[in-house]
Design a protein around this ligand. Sequence first.
Ligand code: NAP
Length: 304
Amino acid sequence: MKAMILGRNGQLGWALERRLQGLPGLLALGRDELDLADPAAVAAAVDSARPTVVFNAAAYTAVDRAETDRDAAFAVNARAPEALAAACARVGSILVHYSTDYVFDGRKAGRWVETDPTGPLSVYGASKLAGEQALAASPCASVVLRTSWVYGDHGANFAKTMLRLATERDALRVVSDQHGAPTWAGRLAEASEAIARQALASGDAAGWLGERRGVYHASAAGETTWTDYARCVLSVAQTLPPWADRLKVRAEQVEPIPASAYPTPAQRPANSLLDCSRLADTFGCVMPDWRGDVEAYVRRLAAA
Ligand SMILES: NC(=O)c1ccc[n+]([C@@H]2O[C@H](COP(=O)([O-])OP(=O)(O)OC[C@H]3O[C@@H](n4cnc5c(N)ncnc54)[C@H](OP(=O)(O)O)[C@@H]3O)[C@@H](O)[C@H]2O)c1
């Protein structure tokens, strides 16, 4: 595998780089080395590196800022993947790309499947959907892993924010009417590597993945709300130094509030639950329940 990772300083890019460390010729690029807002630079980078697989973990992920920064969000989330896919098709590289539950409007009663109609509520969701569509229209052999509520060992996320706020504030009110599954970036990296290795092992990576190309839902099993996710994080933290003595809010004190009481510039879906059977059936990738990974994550943060 001659792998190229884009977005190396993000949560997922960092996890991918750690996972693939030691691979000869591994090329991991951050914004400083490659600006995805420049499609010509994206094409040139792929043309010169000629990787066998590209993992595109770079994205414009500032969901609320995107509402007033539409051009930047579409440049990185839609036009860059389009340029990337064209370059990958040219050099025969396979492409693993990522998308989001925010392509849905959240109004379905059950879990979303890949063929459900999309209906993004936000500019970010619309820009990620445009990226998916650009890949679908390209001859590139690509998979898009749609995931949800990502947290990684490197970078900012909800879990770290809850830990900080619980040491600073006397009360924590957290949204309880949005449902989803927090997904550890390490699990996504694991699934991404497994897909790429299966494709490369076939001897014709582009042909093999080309037959399986498309969108796959890829999130942790189980379900929760932001309130119960916050409670899970604090319930582990309050048993461990350094937080045991510092937390001003304990897990059981987290107050549930409706999303309507916490207005944000971008609207989020009420139901973000993804049905991941297609990923399991096609590639054999199954992610465990979210809770065990979140608990292990908080223990790692405490030990760090
Ligand atoms: N985070 C979530 O909750 C979530 C949920 C569902 C889906 N996803 C998707 O999962 C994937 C990985 O997300 P993540 O959580 O790892 O995101 P992240 O931590 O925000 O990382 C994104 C990376 O993209 C880089 N980037 C942004 N604009 C760039 C540009 N113009 N040129 C080059 N690099 C640029 C950022 O660089 P800087 O470090 O320099 O800013 C950052 O390192 C994305 O496709 C995202 O849409 C995420």
